[in-house]
Design a binder for this molecule. Structure first.
Ligand SMILES: Cc1ncc(COP(=O)(O)O)c(C=O)c1O
Length: 410
């Protein structure tokens, strides 16, 4: 195929004139290909999919019923712009009830079309060419990608077992700190499952004040917290002076496809977010916001979601432990992040988590997501499809019998 006349016109941020010509195959595409191969080679063997990072349930019936009512209201038909008061008020009530955080629903919160878009927009508020964003790795990369789009760069803070999956803020060199505008955190952490504590957040606030850095804390998984009560960054004194927290309806409310979340915290940052957002979208459909508000007011929803994934994670930890993995219950998220075996009893060696993941998919039809950013780890997501607990148990038994045969060596 010959190049279109505009081939040389693509922006540098997506590869310039080379856009669309790369041959690199990305992680999730490799997983997809391996899945296709496993299905073709072993059509009778069930694929056990721990790879999908999406809730396996629909939004609860009461939320869908509310949506069905709201969709017929003429008043909900127009542009929502920077959001309706009903949703912001519900978000403020939720922050108060569940997280002990006081939020002014008029000035300190705005909705977003999923937290992904908020993380994509926020760098525009701070990043000029040459500026730096500090980001934990492994992690959700969106704020970093947009930092680079604006001519900034990302300084990676590795999350390792040795630092208890909390970034070492003292490790950032002085010349990087001078150029740093944002620190992006994510707790409960995806993919490591680590939850933050008050002490860590206090250090973050001191660090931000000292070096005049803005903190963006991604709380997408916050209602999936198993180690005690969920902890908001904003509940720690001083946090509102240094940053914002980004919340999502996706994980904790089974509303992943509805595309709804909110940004809250520092008033001036929320204002900047709103100004930028206004130039990116015209707000989420008001019916979705109103159904979202009803969901936020219903305590039972995040409670049931948490019970479901906590139960599944506990079962998975037991199974993997019996198969030789060294893992423990994560503090939060629906992910279990565990060290990759170095190889197998038969002498097979895995140089990387990716090699192990490919082996598990193609040879045993078990799908995981590999992470090689800070040590070799596999991520098992417990969002697999198993509508009943009996099916859940059967899937666990099947996983155990397949993994026991391979005799992993650590
Ligand atoms: C850590 C983290 N942050 C943010 C998001 C984006 O979530 P959403 O845009 O559905 O709110 C995800 C989704 O996978 C995530 O894992």
């Amino acid at each position: 195929m010959s190049d279109p006349y505009f081939q040389s016109k693509f922006s540098d941020r997506i590869g310039g004139a080379n856009y669309g010509k790369g041959t690199a195959i990305y992680k999730f595409e490799k997983i997809k290909r391996a899945k296709r191969k496993a299905l073709a080679d072993h059509p009778d063997r069930k694929l056990i999919d721990f790879g999908i990072g999406e809730n396996d349930e629909m939004a609860p019936p009461q939320v869908r019923a509310r949506m069905a009512e709201e969709i017929n209201q003429p008043g909900n038909r127009g542009y929502a712009d920077n959001g309706v008061a009903a949703y912001k008020e519900a978000a403020a009530r939720f922050m108060h009830r569940n997280l002990g955080v006081e939020i002014d629903p008029v000035t300190e919160v705005n909705h977003c079309i999923g937290s992904k878009t908020a993380l994509a927009i926020l760098p525009a508020a701070f990043i000029n060419p040459g500026d730096v964003t500090l980001m934990t790795v492994p992690g959700y990369p969106v704020a970093g990608t947009h930092t680079k789009y604006y001519g900034g760069s990302v300084y990676a803070l590795p999350l390792t077992a040795e630092n208890d999956f909390l970034p070492d803020l003292n490790s950032v060199p002085a010349d990087v700190l001078r150029r740093t505008k944002m620190l992006v955190l994510c707790y409960p952490n995806s993919p490591t499952g680590k939850v933050a504590n008050v002490d860590f957040y206090k250090r973050v606030i001191d660090f931000a004040q000292k070096h005049q850095i803005v903190v963006v804390q991604d709380a997408a998984h916050i209602m999936l917290t198993y180690d005690g009560a969920p902890l908001s960054f904003l509940s720690v004194p001083g946090a509102k002076e240094v940053g914002v927290e980004v919340h999502s309806m996706s994980k904790g409310f089974h509303m992943i496809g509805w595309r709804l979340g909110w940004v809250c915290g520092n008033e001036r940052i929320v204002q900047a977010f709103g100004d930028l957002k206004d130039n990116c979208d015209s707000g989420q459909f008001i019916a979705i916001q109103k159904a979202g508000a009803a969901a936020l007011d219903d305590e039972s929803i995040p409670q049931q979601v948490r019970i479901r994934y906590e139960r599944r994670l506990k079962k998975l930890v037991e199974v993997l432990t019996r198969c030789g993995f060294q893992c423990k219950m994560p503090g939060g998220t629906y992910f279990l992040y565990t060290r990759t075996p170095k190889g197998l009893a038969d002498g097979t060696v895995f140089e990387t988590a990716e090699a192990c993941s490919q082996y598990l998919i193609t040879q045993h039809s078990i799908v995981t997501v590999p992470w090689d950013d800070a040590g070799a780890y596999l991520r098992f997501s417990v969002t697999y499809e198993a509508p009943t607990e009996a099916e859940e148990d059967a899937l666990m038994a099947d996983t155990e019998s397949r993994l026991k045969k391979i005799q992993p060596v650590f």
